[in-house]
Every structure is written in C-alpha cells, then in structure tokens.
Design a protein around this ligand. Structure first.
Ligand code: AMP
Ligand code: MG
Length: 430
C-alpha cells in the first residue's frame, strides 16, 4: 500500500492539522513487524520480545507444599470449640520426598516449601502451636502439640500443586516484553532459553549546518548536537533495538542523500531530527521526498508540530522536528510505540497519574499539549504537579528537570489551578 492509500483509511485525516490520535493510527497501519526469531539464554532475554507462547511443560509447584514453618495435619481433625491435640510423627524439610502416610491424631513438623505428606491438607504456623513440654526431649518425634480453636481453617497455609502454573497452560504470551518476573517464570519451568524476535535495527542522525558534535570547537552560531544523545537514551531505554549512529549531517543534498540511502539500507527504521519544518526550503525534506514515499505532517500538538513519516526502501522513516524538546515529545508520542510494535511487542497503554495542577494553564482545544511537570505528593498524600518553568520547545532543561509529562488532551481547554490533569511519569518500577 502507498502512504496515500494508508492515509485514506484514517478517518478525518488532514496532514496540515493532524490530531495525535490519527497520526498514531496511521503509523500503526504503516509499520511492519520484524520476522526473524532467535533463541537466547534467558538472562539475555530481559527486555526482548517473546516470539512464541511459552507453554508450561510441568506443574509449578510440582506438589502440594507448605507455605509456612509449622505443623501439617488434617484440617477435618481440628475442633472449632476446643484445643485439638496431635502427636508429631515426623519432620518434613523443603526438598524431601513426600513422607509416609500419617494416621488419625497425628501430625508432621513441616518447613516452608516441604511437600505435604499424603492426606494432610492444612498447616498450623508454629507460633500458634503449644508444644507439650512433658514430651519435649529435643526431638520433634513423639512430641504432642495442642492447637487452639479458630486459629486456622482446613486447607490454610498450603500451596497447591500447579497453583502458580498448571501443566499445559500458557505461561507467557507472544509479544510480551520480558521483565524480571518473566525470567523467573521461565526459570521455574526449567527453560534455559527463550524464543525472541530479533532486535530491531534503528539508524539515527541529526541534520543541520549549525550542529557540532562533542569535541569539536563551537563556531559563532554553532550549536552542540544534543538530539543524538536524547534519542540514544530513549532508544536504549526501549531495550528492543540495535542502534546505528550516523552522526551529524549538514544541510547538504549530497551528504543527506548518501546518509539516508546508507541508513535505510542498514536499518529497519531511520530516525532523523531537524529539517522538516513546513514551508522551509530545506534540503532534508527534499531529499526525503526524493528517496522515498514520505508524507509531511503538521500535527495538532505542542511541542512538535512538523514531522515527516514514510518509507525509504524497506525502512520506516521518522523525520522528527529539530527542537530538542520536540524531539523527545514526538518520540514518546509516536516513535516509541511504533518501534515496540515493529519489534513484535503487544502494546500496553502507559499508566498515567491524575494530579492536581498547581497553577492555571491556558490551552486551546483542538491540539494536544505536552507540558513538562514535576509530580509530588501533597500533605494529604494526593498527587499534585507543578509545571517546570519555560515551556519553549528548545528548552531542554524543562525536560531534564521534569519527572513527567502533563498531557493536555486534544479536546481539553484551559486548566484551572487545582484542576486534575493527566501525567505520564518518566519512571516506572520495572
Ligand atoms: P530545525 O527543525 O532543523 O529547523 O531545527 C529547529 C531548532 O532546533 C533550531 O534552533 C536548531 O538549531 C535546533 N536543533 C536542530 N537539531 C538539533 C540538535 N541535533 N541538537 C540541538 N539542537 C538542534
Ligand atoms: Mg535545521
């Protein structure tokens, strides 16, 4: 499908005032998913995308076992009215094979994780049990214990075989971005390796005559290239990509042509910054249009209005604006999910906080705004958010100081001080 054909499938598509939601829908239709699958050791699979369902070949746990240190017995023998007495006839440690059958009025001293002896279904934690001191000669066997009434119910403190994972049940699904808990799940199934999609190859470079790389002297009018570092950081955090840094390219048609062609041949996705402003007689735009099938958008958002999207050869092109904050915001708004989808990941919506905005914000309906904010808890433990100083799209400090993006949605109007707004926090636990 050509880009124009894809565009025609998106309801309300207007390239000169494209709502964020439509742009996201367009991109979702455009991007292909990587095909290659490789098997990697589970520690190397952290942050990678699972390429096949993992079906459990064993039950976890394999047998009913104790959740506490205590005494295993038959719950049906516990009296609801008075203390119940049992004779200790054995001991069970984690790792022991299931013991012998236990008779009526008998129990077993049991440790956490030990297999429940046949017929026993309940564990009384040791702190609730009175040990009959007369019989206490230091050995558990022969001891008598007394369990007060109403302390435990039948079946308490027992983990059932297969309660974590039943045999034949899917433990993890295709498209899962593997997290620490998932590595543990794979290990609990005895799996040394996991099938994952191959890493996406992402090429990126900055464009602009004014840009200098770190280490070069800064001439008058020169600017150090920061976008390649923020982009690198955001791509690293994504975890699913292999990065190809093509450096800084001047606004020179030949150099741009060469770099675009090389990057597109080497990568699944090419991300550039700068040179896509609408109405600008910019070489970057011309070269993109010449080499590929590319659309130029004005997105109804702030910051980050101009953006190019398309294909150069087999690669997907994301031509981001040049302003340092706009690069980050457009990356989070569009590129992040697109790259995850290309990597085979099943997308989960990012969790948002609702926080009371500490100041009023002027906002026109009809565009999405991403303000940089600092979220904290107020005295009552409720979330509040303060906007970080100047919100100019060139002021990277606003992003560095912030710990979240305040999202003012497309239809939303002015925000009053104290009104609740949505915030995308930068940090998460996993
Ligand atoms: P452009 O979109 O190319 O017109 O750039 C918009 C603004 O962002 C200009 O002020 C550029 O100097 C600045 N800019 C573009 N690329 C970078 C970069 N890689 N690092 C820092 N600033 C940049
Ligand atoms: Mg430029």
């Amino acid at each position: 499908m050509t880009l124009e054909q894809i565009a025609s499938c998106v309801a309300g598509y207007d390239p000169n005032a494209l709502p964020v939601a439509q742009a996201r829908e367009f991109i979702a239709r455009l991007v292909p998913t990587v095909r290659g699958i490789e098997s990697v050791a589970i520690r190397s699979a952290l942050g990678r995308v699972l390429a096949r369902d993992v079906i459990s070949t064993i039950a976890v746990p394999a047998a009913d076992n104790s959740a506490m240190d205590g005494y295993a017995l038959r719950g049906s023998e516990l009296s609801a009215e008075s203390a119940s007495r049992f004779r200790v006839v054995g001991k069970g440690y984690a790792g022991d094979a299931a013991g012998a059958t236990v008779g009526v009025g008998e129990c077993v001293r049991i440790m956490t994780g030990a297999v429940m002896p046949p017929g026993l279904d309940t564990v009384v934690p040791q702190e609730f049990v009175q040990v009959d001191r007369d019989a206490d000669d230091g050995r558990a066997e022969g001891e008598r214990i007394s369990v007060p009434p109403g302390i435990v119910r039948s079946g308490d403190n027992r983990r059932l075989a297969g309660e974590d994972l039943a045999r034949g049940e899917p433990a993890l699904r295709t498209g899962r971005v593997l997290r620490p808990a998932d590595l543990g799940m794979l290990a609990s199934l005895g799996q040394a390796e996991a099938p994952v999609f191959r890493r996406l190859r992402v090429a990126f470079f900055s464009t602009g005559n004014e840009l200098r790389s770190i280490g070069e002297p800064l001439p008058p009018g020169g600017v150090y290239d920061s976008n390649r570092y923020t982009l690198w950081g955001m791509l690293q955090r994504l975890g699913v990509v292999e990065l190809l840094d093509f450096g800084v390219v001047p606004d020179d048609p030949d150099a741009l042509r060469r770099t675009f062609a090389e990057a597109a041949a080497a990568a699944d996705a090419v991300i550039t910054s700068g040179g896509v402003s609408v109405g600008e007689a910019d070489h970057t735009k011309q070269v993109m249009a010449e080499l590929g099938d590319v659309l130029f958008w004005r997105i109804a958002m702030r910051p980050g209005r101009p953006m190019a999207i398309g294909r150069i050869g087999e690669a997907v092109l994301f031509g981001l604006p040049g302003n340092p904050v706009a690069v980050m915001v457009t990356f989070y708004a569009f590129v992040r999910d697109a790259l995850l989808a290309m990597s085979g990941a099943k997308l989960e919506p990012l969790p948002m906080l609702r926080a009371a905005c500490s100041s009023a914000i002027r906002k026109k309906p009809g565009r999405t705004e991403y303000q940089r904010g600092i979220v904290s808890r107020d005295e009552r433990g409720e979330w509040r958010v303060a906007i970080t100083g100047s919100q100019g799209s060139g002021i990277l400090r606003s992003m560095s100081e912030a710990n979240g993006l305040v999202v003012l949605h497309h239809e939303q109007g002015n925000v009053a001080a104290g009104e609740a707004v949505d915030v995308l926090p930068f940090e998460g636990l996993i």
